[in-house]
Design a protein around this ligand. Structure first.
Ligand code: ADP
Ligand code: ZN
Length: 191
């Protein structure tokens, strides 16, 4: 067979919470496995809302994944035989994730990253914007705004039922927090 293009590239699936990022990532993993490709999936150990060793979507889909502490660990698990590397919740990784994804894509791997592009304040989130800049393919998904029913690009953070303040830490372990999908116009950040 001849190839129309050289192998190895970066795909990023981004958007707010509930926009279907994990669902889309799981779909791409499943289709790669149908194509008999060797897929390895990773997620940050920090995110254990659903399952330690799986990518889980809000509508109940699952795909097995290795929970890791640092981006660098990916290189320990990826082998010659790996065709596809899938990474969920990529916004929680350190900046090393960007050069690691570049290196893997240069080596001929298909790298698929899914993650939040904006934090609860509507600001670019961690390494995601840098991955968007270097990716060959970008998919930006929108959820449904729970206030107005329009397309939702943002994630509303609520603490004890009230919009979070701008200076509240991005990750607050143990607080009574809720997140909902909202559009630009319905999104609120207290100052
Ligand atoms: P993400 O990874 O982007 O947080 P998921 O793939 O986990 O999203 O979940 C997407 C699913 O969430 C949708 O298919 C739908 O069933 C459900 N869902 C719940 N609330 C909303 C919402 N406000 N807008 C869109 N989908 C929602
Ligand atoms: Zn709205």
């Amino acid at each position: 067979t001849f190839l129309m293009q050289k192998e190895g590239w970066i795909e990023v699936i981004c958007g707010g919470m509930f926009s279907g990022k994990s669902e889309e990532l799981i779909r791409r993993i499943r289709r790669a496995r149908i194509a008999k490709l060797n897929v390895q999936a990773f997620k940050p150990a920090i995110d254990d809302r659903y399952h330690h060793e799986a990518i889980a979507s809000h509508n109940g889909l699952m795909a097995d994944a290795k929970a890791i502490q640092t981006a660098g660990e990916i290189l320990n698990y990826v082998s010659e035989e790996t065709d596809v590397i899938a990474i969920d919740e990529v916004q929680f990784f350190d900046m090393d994730i960007v050069s690691i994804c570049q290196k893997l894509a240069d080596q001929g791997k298909r790298v698929i990253c899914a993650g939040l592009d904006q934090d609860f304040r509507g600001k670019p989130f961690g390494p995601t914007p840098f991955l968007l800049a270097v990716a060959e393919h970008v998919t930006k998904l929108q959820a449904i705004c729970v206030k107005c029913g329009g397309p939702a690009s943002r994630t509303q953070r609520l603490i004890n039922g009230r919009p979070a303040k701008e200076d509240d830490p991005v990750i607050q372990v143990g607080a009574d927090e809720q997140y909902e999908a909202r559009c630009r116009h319905c999104h609120e950040v207290l100052r």
